[in-house]
Design a protein around this ligand. Structure first.
Ligand code: CTP
Length: 143
């Protein structure tokens, strides 16, 4: 019996790597059904001020092909920033987020809002030593 029924996490997941996989495996250990919100290209260019290497539809396809992911769908800037919008859309029991957000004003507020809907937040640790940014840099320096 898993701790939660429906779990949700979101991110860009560009240049899919083992840090992404570790996160998704940890999420899936805690829920029966794992939904992944994939940030759209507009979020990456406008908010992260980066250019995605893999376009949004390819990133969604890769995530949907993973056995640890039950369902992946694009999410907008608004749904990424305001987790209540994501909660209302996907009706999950738990949101999985990076532990770097724990204790921040934004997440403390979200925890309170979620409590009214009976939803929880679980904070998961980041895999050290790998990120999309690092991979891009490594490729650049090897040119
Ligand atoms: N993540 C993780 N460990 C890593 C990289 C990412 O746990 N080494 C998690 C993030 O915390 C997030 C999800 O994977 O919950 C998607 O992260 P994303 O921002 O797409 O990945 P990064 O590789 O960190 O990308 P960037 O370097 O562009 O920030």
């Amino acid at each position: 019996m898993k701790k939660y029924h429906i779990g949700y996490t979101c991110g860009v997941f560009d240049l899919f790597h083992v840090g992404h996989l570790n996160l998704l495996e940890r999420c899936k250990e805690m829920c029966d059904i794992l939904i992944v919100g994939v940030c759209d290209d507009k979020y990456v260019t406008d908010i992260k001020k980066k250019q995605p290497v893999y376009p949004e539809n390819q990133r969604v396809r890769i995530l949907n092909a993973l056995k640890v992911v039950d369902y992946a769908e694009l999410v907008t800037i608004e749904e990424t920033d305001d987790k209540m919008l994501a909660l209302k859309k996907f009706k999950f029991d738990v949101l999985f987020s990076g532990d770097d957000w724990k204790g921040s004003a934004r997440y403390l507020r979200t925890e309170k809002q979620f409590a009214e809907y009976g939803a929880s937040i679980e904070y998961l640790s980041y895999t050290k030593g790998i990120s999309t940014t690092d991979i891009k840099k490594r490729i650049e320096t090897e040119k």
